[in-house]
Structures are given as structure tokens and as C-alpha cells.
Design a protein around this ligand. Structure first.
Ligand SMILES: Cc1ncc(COP(=O)(O)O)c(C=O)c1O
Length: 374
């Protein structure tokens, strides 16, 4: 068998990232700050290069999910404030302060531990209070916030820099529940004001709300998916044009001519219906190309669509290239992205296997090298 000269790789277009950032920035008044969400390795795009580029572009803050993610970004010379949006554990307090990370907080013992540790270091620890206005995930219920803040007053080395919440339906056509969440959030901010607390940053808007619910901008927006050129839900595609940042490519490692009725891959779930040319592509679920693409996915070769045949293996995927003239070993295969006038988007891939573009992007595995352009 001939071996493919290059590995399967993901090309990351930093110019497309810049374009998307500028597109989104246009929708937000310049007085509103911009936090770029780079959690989950920047939705699979590589948190460090993406954060560096976003910093150059002028984002005000970066958002990660975990302390480990924040440390990775900070250790690579990124200077902007980094918000740890999932909160932190007691054991991480010292690291949080050392790496100048800003956690969201919704548990008293974490606030206390931060205050004690910050005191030892002669610092004050900035925090954002996390409020659950209806997401049903993390945070204090709105009515719990005043009592929580009263207790927080004891911790003298804490500084309430922000108050945050998260919308559960901002991508849906009907804005009524997002508006209800916003109402609850505004009520909470009002209660804080009555207590003499005015956090400089109040934020609730993800990509969908940034775009379609301007009242939710408050003084900081917090988009993720649209920076990477994908859409929170299909209806957004008609309203704003973004450029996909990631293209996922491989090469044909081998082609074989097989007779009609030949079985392909594990479990013999596909038999050729005619004499066929079957190409073996060195990508599989070990690279994040989901096994659900078995007999369901498509890839681009020479600007045409080739169907995935048989089961996706850990390291290999087979495609039927019988109808593609001029196909040969070493030819480029696009799993996601554009080739000539054809394009496979993360949205299309998600629809094929019953998931969302977020999961498609985040699934591209560590084994796939990221190559940065621009
Ligand atoms: C807390 C929080 N804020 C903001 C975002 C960004 O959302 P989106 O990628 O839909 O813009 C996320 C993403 O899941 C999140 O969990």
C-alpha cells in the first residue's frame, strides 16, 4: 500500500477569525467590552494561537472553562484578563491568583479561600458572581444573590468585578424566554445597586444574543461559536455571513478497484453495488471523525462529493470514488471546508449525524495537527 505523504490536518485561517471578529464587533457599540470565548481549546481551533490573534485584534477579555485552560493561555504570553467561566475548585485558588485568572464564583467557600490566599499574596482577587437566571446549570438563583453578597462582605480581599449569567434559548426564533432571563438578571443587578454594589461588568450575551438581542449586550458580550465562523442555529446563516476558520483535510492513501458485491470495512455494513473504486483515507474516529459518519458522511475530492462507505474505523475511512475522474493516491480530501465550488460546513456535518456544529468543531482530535494560516 502507498502511504500518504502528509498527515490528516486542520488548517486554521486566522484571517477568517479576524474577519468574523470585525463582523461581530460592528453589532456592538464601542462602549461595550468584548470577551472572546476560547474554552475547549478555542472550540478545537487551538486556544493559544487563537487567543494571541484575538488579543492583537483588540478583544478585552478571554473566556475559558477551566483553570487548566486559563493557565495554558496565560503561560503563552497572553496578557488580557482571562475569565474562568465554569468556576474553580478549592485546590485551584493559589494557581488562579498566581496566573491572574478571574473566576466566576457561586459558592461561599471558594470566595473565602480566594480572599485568604489573596491576603497572603498581598493582592485582591477579582471575581464575577455567577447567577442562574433560567439556564438551570451553574450559579446562584437571583433571589439568593443579595444574601450571598452580604456574606461576601466579610472577605476583604475579594473584589466584585462582574456579574454573569447565561442564556439557554438565545438561538431560538422566539425571544421570550431570553427576555425573561434578561429581566431576572436586570432585577438582580438592581438589587446589587440597592446594596451599594455596582460591578463594572455585567454580562449575559453569547453569540446568538450579541447578534439578535441588543438589549442583552449590557456592558460586555461573550461570543464563541460565531468567531469561529459557525452559527448558533441555522436561521442565523441567512442574516450574517461569516467565514469558517477551520478546514479539515486529508489525503488519499490508497485506492483499490473492487468487483460488485465487495464488502467494505468492519461488520460488512456496505457491499459495492457495481465494480467500484474505493479510496482509503487516513482519518477515523481516533481523530474525531465520528463513527456516526459510517455510510452517512461525505467528503470532497477534486471538487466533487464522495460518500463514506462502510464503517468509519479508528484510523481509516473508506469513500467511494468511482464517479470522480482523475482521482489518485495523494489527492486532497476535504472532510470539512471548501474545495473548488463545493463546501462541507460544520453545520452540514452536524445535521448528518444529529449534532450541532459546536460538537463537530470540538471533536477534531489532538492527533490532528493544526496548521495556522495568516
Ligand atoms: C458561559 C458561556 N458563555 C458564552 C458562551 C459562548 O456561547 P456561543 O458559542 O454560543 O457564542 C458559552 C458557550 O457555551 C458559555 O458556556
Amino acid at each position: 500500500m502507498s502511504l500518504c505523504p502528509k498527515p490528516t490536518m486542520a488548517e486554521i485561517d486566522l484571517e477568517a477569525l479576524a474577519y468574523n471578529y470585525r463582523q461581530l464587533r460592528q453589532f456592538v457599540p464601542s462602549s461595550v467590552k468584548f470577551l472572546a470565548v476560547v474554552k475547549a481549546d478555542a472550540y478545537g481551533h487551538g486556544a493559544v494561537p487563537i487567543s494571541k490573534r484575538l488579543e492583537e485584534l483588540g478583544v478585552d477579555l478571554l473566556g475559558v472553562a477551566t483553570v487548566k485552560e486559563g493557565v495554558e493561555v496565560r503561560e503563552n504570553e497572553v496578557h488580557r484578563p482571562i475569565l474562568v467561566m465554569s468556576g474553580i475548585y478549592r485546590e485551584e485558588v493559589e494557581e488562579v491568583l498566581r496566573y491572574r485568572l478571574t473566576p466566576v464564583v457561586y459558592r461561599l467557600e471558594i470566595a473565602e479561600a480566594l480572599s485568604v490566599e489573596a491576603g497572603k499574596m498581598g493582592k485582591r482577587a477579582p471575581i464575577h458572581i455567577k447567577v442562574d437566571t433560567g439556564m438551570g446549570r451553574l450559579g446562584l438563583l437571583c433571589e439568593e444573590v443579595p444574601a450571598f453578597l452580604n456574606k461576601l462582605r466579610r472577605f476583604e480581599n475579594i473584589e466584585i468585578e462582574g456579574v454573569a449569567s447565561h442564556l439557554s434559548t438565545a438561538d431560538e426564533e422566539d425571544p421570550s424566554f431570553a427576555e425573561e432571563q434578561l429581566k431576572r438578571f436586570s432585577w438582580t443587578i438592581g438589587e446589587l445597586k440597592k446594596m451599594g454594589i455596582t460591578p463594572p461588568l455585567c454580562h449575559i450575551a453569547n453569540s446568538a444574543a450579541l447578534f439578535s438581542l441588543p438589549v442583552a449586550h449590557l456592558n460586555l458580550v461573550r461570543p464563541g461559536i460565531m468567531l469561529y465562523g459557525s452559527y448558533p442555529s441555522p436561521s442565523f446563516k441567512e442574516k450574517i455571513s461569516l467565514r469558517p476558520v477551520m478546514s479539515w483535510k486529508s489525503w488519499i492513501a490508497d485506492i483499490k478497484k473492487v468487483p460488485k458485491g465487495f464488502p467494505i470495512s468492519y461488520g460488512r455494513t456496505f457491499f459495492t453495488r457495481r465494480p467500484s473504486l474505493i479510496a482509503a483515507i487516513p482519518v477515523g474516529y481516533g481523530d474525531g471523525y465520528s463513527r456516526f459518519f459510517s455510510n452517512r458522511g461525505e467528503v470532497l475530492i477534486r471538487g466533487r462529493r464522495a460518500p463514506v462507505v462502510g464503517r468509519v474505523c479508528m484510523d481509516w475511512t473508506m469513500v467511494d470514488v468511482t464517479d470522480i475522474p482523475g482521482v489518485g493516491v495523494g489527492g486532497e480530501v476535504v472532510l470539512m471546508g471548501r474545495q473548488l465550488d463545493q463546501e462541507i460546513t460544520p453545520e452540514e456535518m452536524g445535521e448528518r449525524i444529529g449534532t450541532i456544529p459546536y460538537e463537530i468543531l470540538c471533536s477534531v482530535g489532538k492527533r490532528v495537527p493544526r496548521i495556522y494560516k495568516g
